[in-house]
Ligand binder design. Sequence first.
Ligand SMILES: Nc1ncnc2c1ncn2[C@@H]1O[C@H](COP(=O)(O)OP(=O)(O)OP(=O)(O)O)[C@@H](O)[C@H]1O
Ligand SMILES: [Mg+2]
Length: 248
Amino acid sequence: MTGLILKAEGLDRSFGGIHAVKDVSLEVPQGALHAIIGPNGSGKTTLFNLITGHTKPGKGRVEFDGHDITGMPFAKVARRGLAKSYQITTVFPLLTVFENVRIAAQAASHANVFWRPADSIKAVTRRTDEVLEKIGLTADRDAIASNLSHGDQRRLDLAIALATEPRLLLLDEPTAGMSPSETASTVELVRELNREVTILMIEHKMDVILSIASAITVLHQGEKLFEGAPDEVKSHPKVQEVYLTGSL
Ligand SMILES: Nc1ncnc2c1ncn2[C@@H]1O[C@H](COP(=O)(O)OP(=O)(O)OP(=O)(O)O)[C@@H](O)[C@H]1O
Ligand SMILES: [Mg+2]
């Protein structure tokens, strides 16, 4: 056992003439809250897609929990316990909050072959209610998803990811488009979720990440610019330069 839930080595990917991710390696220990930051177009989402199997790497290798998952389709990777919540919301707009989360919990429960059908339904309902409680959506249980505020839709996205009982949760800008108060409560929520699941998250807002991350990888033009603890990242001259001149 290495204690690493995720190990990416030399990931590399170009799209035509654009070298989106250049030889990036990443190690995420169990229990970490690892953040990836970088300006627009620095390759953050592409790096996520290389990890999840949504995009095939030109070069490199990805190990999840000690198993090689390089180029494996996401559905298969998800069954091994990797979940993601993306910049683009994956909520079914016409279903209720409860139904959205139940579908995800149901999918995860298929893995448990020991349950009889009746017990399985009960377990899925229990899990769904538990997740809604944790995410703070119990009061909106019966609301139609499309009627939720933007912030609550993002929370629902998180609930859906969490319902699959992942061992690694990938979050792509969970606070995107949120008001300062919504951002603050989402940060609190992410910190809370990290007690039970390892998290790898992309975030644009530097202040958000400095307060919660255990380690930070800074990407710049597809390359790893720096990696370290929040304090080191904050005070690193190269990172400061990108911040002052760039658009983080
Ligand atoms: N499918 C694709 N086809 C062509 N180019 C792509 C594709 N996906 C990403 N790119 C390009 O790769 C580069 C990195 O994009 P990526 O979306 O990974 O950046 P990002 O750091 O997530 O940016 P943002 O902060 O805006 O979300 C960009 O120049 C982008 O235009
Ligand atoms: Mg992105």
